[in-house]
Design a protein around this ligand. Structure first.
Ligand code: SAM
Length: 243
């Protein structure tokens, strides 16, 4: 799959695409990321990509013409993209279901907004998906693009050493419960210590799986009861889960 990223800060991407488990997906081009520095498509001698908004008001707006030229260049190279994504607080909040859709697709063009945002005419002409990270405002769409790329890359076959994403939060509609590792007893300053739940040391796989499921259900019921309701409505809770 191929992601074409239109941005005024292409240098923000390399540090994130060359580290950690997802690196493999990017280096092998399983997830092929192409960067399109927007200033290369500026139409004036000053390489301007922003200007004041018509009607007045604070901040600057990303100019339509450089964006149109960048999108035309992307199309000339790859043909019509399967999706054009605009990251915006006004978008649909990104969730794991949408990540799975992108992970199974052929990629997209990702438009990274800056300043007060992008000239609306570009959005009206080209955008197929508006995606938000959540109800807060960040300085640019690059971090949002990186979030999507990371979430998509870790779902690609062979990227994680075991298919651990199948146990991740949201994969079965619930939150993932707690995890523990060495030491078995973690000393406290007062001389006492915090142990590990006994069942995890038992070697009894069925009991461990049941305990993990119960922890996941309890955590989800406490923090995100809406997810329990959704799992119930989708028939994803067993009779044992409901006990
Ligand atoms: N004035 C805009 C507003 O109030 O909606 C915010 C502009 S923000 C400073 C600059 C860019 O950051 C946006 O165009 C968008 O691409 C990105 N951005 C900011 N918050 C975001 C969010 N919650 N989700 C996705 N992208 C966001």
């Amino acid at each position: 799959m191929r992601f074409d990223i239109v941005t005024i800060f292409p240098e923000l991407f390399a540090p994130h695409l060359t580290q950690g488990v997802t690196r493999r997906a990017f280096e092998t081009r399983q997830v092929d990321v192409r960067l399109w520095p927007l200033r290369d498509f500026a139409v004036d001698a000053y390489r301007r990509v922003d200007d004041r908004p018509f009607g007045g008001g604070p901040g600057m707006v990303m100019l339509a013409e450089p964006l149109e030229a960048a999108l035309a260049a992307v199309r000339a190279e790859r043909g019509a993209p399967p999706a054009v994504v605009h990251f915006t607080p006004a978008g649909q909040r990104l969730d794991q279901a949408q990540v799975h859709q992108f992970a199974a697709g052929d990629g997209a063009v990702l438009l990274c907004g800056r300043y007060e945002g992008i000239d609306q005419r570009v959005l009206d002409r080209h955008v197929t998906h508006q995606i938000s990270l959540g109800d807060y405002v960040i300085s640019g769409g690059e971090l949002a693009a990186l979030v999507l790329l990371d979430a998509v890359a870790r779902l690609q076959p062979g990227v994680l050493s075991a298919p651990s994403h199948e146990q991740d939060s949201f994969s079965d509609g619930l939150l993932e419960g707690p995890a523990y590792s060495r030491p078995v007893q973690l000393p406290r300053a007062d001389g006492a210590s915090d142990g590990v739940p006994e069942v995890l040391l038992s070697g009894h796989h069925a009991r461990i799986a049941r305990w993990r499921r119960e922890q996941s259900l309890a955590l989800t019921a406490r923090r995100r009861p809406d997810l329990i309701e959704a799992a119930r409505a989708a028939g994803r809770l067993s009779r044992e889960d409901e006990r």
